[in-house]
Design a protein around this ligand. Structure first.
Ligand code: PEP
Ligand code: MN
Length: 332
């Protein structure tokens, strides 16, 4: 249940009520908002006079639910805003991993040259094998920070575990919680305590409900800047790396109030499928598209087969513009 307390309820009293009903207390749009589990179906008699509005739910998708807030939430990433009624699809591009200063600089220059704003690049890579490139770690994060400062770009990078979550929060504009990390409570709880936007990628065996509940961890801790990212599920199919769940995206659009970003690069696993899938994604009216592009994909240290060349990435944006326009969106 979500309860909005009346404006005249003092902060101390709001905390007391939250403790008494074992609820989270957050402050949203000038209101004291209490969130307890969906098992709570009635407002307790003793706090009735202090409650302004309340919402009852069938399950623990609450703050993210359209039943609570029918309008899509806005998330500000530096000086760009996605979600809400902006009808903008933010194209986020860059390599899978930061590999060297020269490489990430070329990525940054591509983004700037194309008039885009947001550069991706992983530093703490959650690899499947311990023998693969594990990312440059803090050194890579410092390179990304340098690009952020020199080129005035927004940067998005992933957190692998809670040991470096605070460094990523400090030096990035969007914190990416990867498909393998989305169940990590240390990460989710740390991200709940910042106001930086958090992009949560859906695990490849994660139900929609589990996915949105991960978002609820961040929202109920007080960070309202949450973005969902679909990046493909594991199915029986082995010819493509994963299977992009566009049905799931339609479900999320219908039932949740969170901005949605799609990542066809990781879903497909092969560069040839990325442009056509991107056009399908943009045609759904989405808030962002996350695409891997590398100056020389053949020698990329991670995800080599799926990264677009810089020329392919430029051509992709041009091909997406009319698709976005056809559904009342614009590429930003
Ligand atoms: C990535 O974005 O490079 C990545 C590792 O993504 P995911 O967590 O979706 O596998
Ligand atoms: Mn990758």
């Amino acid at each position: 249940m979500i309860l909005h307390l009346k404006n005249n309820v003092a902060h101390d009293r709001a905390e007391e009520i939250a403790a008494s009903i074992n609820a989270f207390l957050i402050h949203s749009e000038g209101k004291h908002v209490l969130i307890s589990g969906a098992a709570m179906k009635e407002v307790p008699g003793d706090i009735h006079s202090e409650v302004d509005e309340f919402w009852v739910f069938d399950n623990d998708i609450q703050l993210a639910s359209k039943k609570y807030r029918s309008e899509k939430r806005e998330v500000k990433i530096g000086n760009v805003t996605i979600g809400g009624t902006n009808n903008s699809t933010l194209l986020i591009g860059g390599p899978c991993s930061v590999e060297s200063e020269a490489q990430i600089r070329e990525g940054a220059e591509l983004i700037v040259d194309m008039g885009l704003t947001t550069l991706r690049g992983g530093c703490y890579k959650p690899r499947t094998s311990p023998y693969s490139f594990q990312g440059m770690g803090y050194e890579g994060l410092m390179l990304l920070k340098k690009m952020r400062e020199e080129y005035g770009l927004n940067v998005i990078t992933e957190v692998r575990d809670a040991t470096h979550v605070h460094d990523v929060i400090e030096h990035s504009d969007v914190i990416q919680i990867g498909a393998k990390a989305m169940y990590d409570q240390g990460i989710l709880r740390a991200c709940a305590k910042t106001n930086k936007p958090v992009l949560i990628k859906r695990g490849f065996g994660t139900t929609l409900k589990e996915f949105v509940q991960a978002a609820e961890f961040v929202l109920s801790g007080g960070n309202e800047n949450v973005i969902l990212c679909e990046r493909g599920l594991r199915t029986f199919e082995t010819n493509t790396r994963f299977t992009l769940d566009l049905c799931g995206v339609a479900w999320l659009q219908e039932h949740t109030n969170l901005p949605i970003v799609l990542d066809p690069s990781h879903a497909m696993g092969y560069a040839y499928g990325v442009p056509v899938l991107s056009r399908a994604c943009v045609a759904m009216g989405i808030d962002g598209l996350l695409i891997e592009a590398h100056r020389n994909p053949k020698v990329a240290k991670s995800d080599a087969s799926q990264q677009l060349t810089h020329d392919e990435f430029r051509a992709l944006l041009e091909s997406l513009k009319p698709v976005a326009n056809a559904v009342g969106y614009k590429m930003i």
